[in-house]
Design a protein. Structure first.
Length: 213
């Protein structure tokens, strides 16, 4: 049976989830997190770094091992590799008994995620290290034009118009050829510029600059 693709909205949410995951970090508060079975250190579960967790240590929380500003690994029955304990000693531990251990957003100072922060985080990391693609179109929102026109241009510049090429890529259509000329793949540029139908439309409104094509 062919697996049905998710909706465009759901696929976008899942893509954003993967992209934003690195923007969150775990912060200790009252230290009630499981010492072995939560990723409180940011390096994975400690239970995965030892051969086994002794039955006496199963219920241990971080606050049971970290007391008065010191790690007390000698309290454990489980043998922890020295490399792991050395790494844990390097992790700064700032406790607050009034705040629960939780994941926080590291894209701002208050640790609270917002759609605006997520958007800027995504774009910053999407273009990081790639000078050829690091074009910012944010100026577009400041031009004097109707909001629907600015939204259309923004969508076109990000290759997100519902062209047949894009819909086929998302498994929503089978054929990707232009339904007007039926000769070329319907990309954004073909739809807006290169199709014979588009060329005739541009000519009809007096736009005959050949360099445009």
């Amino acid at each position: 049976m062919t697996k049905k693709p998710g909706s465009v909205t759901w696929n976008a949410i899942m893509k954003a989830l993967l992209a934003l995951r690195d923007g969150f970090e775990f912060r200790l508060g009252n230290d009630n997190s499981s010492f072995w079975f939560s990723n409180w250190s940011g390096t994975g579960k400690l239970a995965d770094k030892v051969l086994y967790v002794d039955i006496h240590d199963l219920e241990m929380c971080v606050k049971d091992i970290y007391t008065d500003g010191n790690w007390n690994f000698n309290m454990l029955y489980t043998n922890i590799p020295i490399a792991v304990t050395d790494h844990l000693k390097m992790i700064p531990v700032c406790l607050n008994s009034q705040v629960a251990d939780c994941y926080t957003w590291k894209g701002n100072l208050n640790g609270i995620y917002s759609a605006r922060d997520g958007y800027f985080w995504f774009n910053r990391n999407e273009f990081a290290g790639n000078d050829t693609d690091s074009i910012s179109w944010t100026w577009l929102w400041n031009i004097s034009a109707q909001e629907k026109l600015k939204f259309f241009l923004w969508t076109a510049l990000h290759n997100s118009l519902p062209t047949r090429e894009m819909l086929c890529h998302r498994n929503m259509l089978q054929a990707n050829h232009c339904p007007r000329c039926n000769q070329e793949i319907e990309t954004t540029l073909h739809y807006l510029r290169d199709c014979d139908f588009a060329i005739r439309l541009w000519h009809s409104i007096g736009f005959t600059d050949q360099s445009f094509y």
